[in-house]
Design a binder for this molecule. Structure first.
Ligand code: NAP
Length: 274
């Protein structure tokens, strides 16, 4: 029970395919007491059975991160129900669809601002608002993707947002380190979720990743969940400011693996099939 006695809130469960759900399950399994949030009433009903399954005991709170008053209300609810907390998970991203395909130069300013507000600034705001109720030894976790480091087709605006998110992790780690609070990100390989469905040609991304990773497969929310649990628990007590890849090793590849035919002629190991 690596998280026995730990209390925290997980933002970003849309359904049982969400990465945040994988993290919540792992934390629960290891003994953590959880609260979860929903975006609006439409999702409250959907999330109620998930909250029950995760043992939240009524700790299901609204939190649209574009509304500062809802972030403040979240802190009040957590303070009322938990007193203090040991961790929070920010598994939230949004970019208008004009930012997720087409020419990069065509990204509208309004779309850029919305993506940065929801996907990046929200982490900073949550850290500021929840800092006063976080215990020393606390841990904050967010979710990133390799498209913030290298070009990935169609990831466009979200790539810029993830780059800013990863840099925010490092600056937050220094700032909150003064209070003994750690801040890390997991850079997960592609997983079929609601948010991923908004990215152009996502199924090709999945195939490419599986074919060109050292492990030659995609990752699951359970695997991201277990790594997330490690970063949220005391198992990682000296780890902060890190971007931890859970991607089957895809990020280490400089070029696709090459195989040789009977005449010694090289060809790429993948024939384009999933
Ligand atoms: P998901 O299940 O769709 O989760 C995204 C969550 O963000 C949803 O719960 C969504 O709420 C929430 N959200 C969006 N706008 C919000 C707002 N204004 N306030 C509060 N919550 C809001 O998709 P996911 O793939 O698990 O995404 C979780 C994180 O993992 C994201 O940061 C994503 O970029 C990252 N990630 C995903 C992949 C992948 O391939 N799936 C890979 C690497 C990193 P609603 O559904 O209620 O709108």
């Amino acid at each position: 029970m690596f998280m026995k006695g730990k209390k925290g809130v997980i933002l970003g469960i849309a359904n049982k395919k969400s990465i945040a759900y994988g993290i919540a399950q792992a934390c629960r399994r290891e003994g953590a007491e959880l609260a979860i949030t929903y975006l609006n009433e439409r999702f409250e009903r959907k999330l109620a059975p998930i909250a029950e399954e995760l043992g939240c005991d009524g700790r299901l709170y609204p939190c649209d991160v574009s509304r500062p008053e809802e972030i403040r209300a979240l802190r009040e609810s957590l303070e009322r129900d938990f007193g203090t907390i040991d961790f929070f998970v920010h598994s939230i991203a949004f970019a208008p669809k004009e930012g997720l395909s087409g020419h990069f130069t065509d990204i509208p300013k309004e779309a850029f601002n919305v993506a940065m507000e929801i996907s990046v600034y929200s982490l900073i705001e949550l850290a500021r608002e929840l800092r006063p109720i976080m215990n020393e030894g606390g841990s904050i976790l967010t979710l990133s993707y390799y498209g913030g480091v290298k070009y990935i087709p169609n990831y466009n605006l979200m790539g810029v947002a993830k780059a800013a998110l990863e840099t925010s992790v490092r600056y937050l780690a220094e700032d909150l380190g003064r209070d003994g609070i750690r801040v890390n990100a997991i850079s997960a390989g592609p997983i079929k979720t609601l948010a991923a469905a908004g990215i152009g040609d996502f199924s090709f991304m999945l195939k490419w990743n599986a074919a060109h990773s050292p492990l030659r497969r995609n990752v699951t929310i359970e695997e991201v969940g277990n790594s997330g649990m490690y970063l949220l628990s005391d198992l990682s007590s000296a780890v902060t400011g890190e971007i931890h890849y859970v991607d089957g090793g895809f990020n280490i590849m400089g070029m696709p693996a090459v195989e040789f035919d009977e005449n010694g002629k090289p060809h790429i190991a993948w024939n384009g099939e999933g």
